[in-house]
Design a protein around this ligand. Structure first.
Ligand code: SAH
Ligand code: MG
Length: 203
């Protein structure tokens, strides 16, 4: 298992796949244990790295994860099978905004797909949260660029950074949710419903 994780890290490095940073993965694993999370929904599988880390936190974690890029999806299928986690990780090949999950509920929704669509993802998937559930969002610093906008040359990148800033404002302004922001890895947020006193947060 550890060997397979290392191989995935090398593959990600060599192929420019933006997998989760180690500190962020540790944070999420800690959160899963603390709140006894069982059902996870992940938007943005890439090669399955974060899904595999989440599913291996404890034996009763089930992950549904969505990826729209076929090459990455295929790589994820390979990795999940190699780790023998295919019974607990369900890989969905589709655009997250087109997936219908009616009837399913999750304790943790991990938003880690296209950074320009974060508000849409939140609004579409918050209905799938169990009571006591949380939405964790990755890459709120967007590789440090959110704090360093002047240095950005590309219009596309600047557009994405603007969208991440809008998402942060959206979270701060959301009256029915409390969001905690963490300066961990590439920046994480944890959002839960205001009337959910059960949620145990990490300082
Ligand atoms: N969670 C992974 C990294 C995901 S990288 C890990 O930490 O290991 C982001 C992924 O989201 C990319 O592979 C990209 O193809 C995918 N993606 C972006 N927008 C998407 C969408 N709308 N639906 C599904 N997948 C999407
Ligand atoms: Mg990420």
């Amino acid at each position: 298992m550890n060997g397979l994780i290392k191989e995935m890290e090398h593959y990600a490095e060599a192929n420019n796949v933006p997998i989760i940073e180690k500190d962020s993965a540790e944070f999420i694993k800690k959160y899963i244990k603390l709140n006894d999370v069982k059902k996870v929904l992940e938007l943005g599988t890439a090669i399955g790295y974060s899904a595999i880390l989440m599913a291996s936190t404890k034996d009763d974690v089930e992950v549904t994860t969505i990826e729209r890029d076929e090459k990455k999806y295929r790589e994820a299928v390979k990795n999940v099978n190699a780790c023998e986690l295919d019974k607990r990780i369900k890989l969905v090949f589709n655009d997250a905004l087109d997936v219908n999950l009616v009837g399913q509920k999750f304790d943790l929704i991990f938003i880690d797909a296209a950074k320009g669509q974060y508000i849409k993802f939140f609004e579409r998937f918050e209905n799938y949260l169990n009571p006591g559930g949380v939405i964790i969002t990755d890459n709120l610093k967007f590789h440090g660029l959110v704090k360093n906008k002047e240095a950005i040359q590309s219009k596309n990148v600047k557009g994405l950074v603007d969208k991440i800033e809008k998402y942060i404002d959206f979270l701060k302004g959301k009256e029915d949710y409390t969001t905690k922001f963490y300066d961990i890895g590439d920046g994480l947020s944890v959002s839960f419903r205001k009337n959910d006193e059960n949620v145990k947060t990490i300082d």
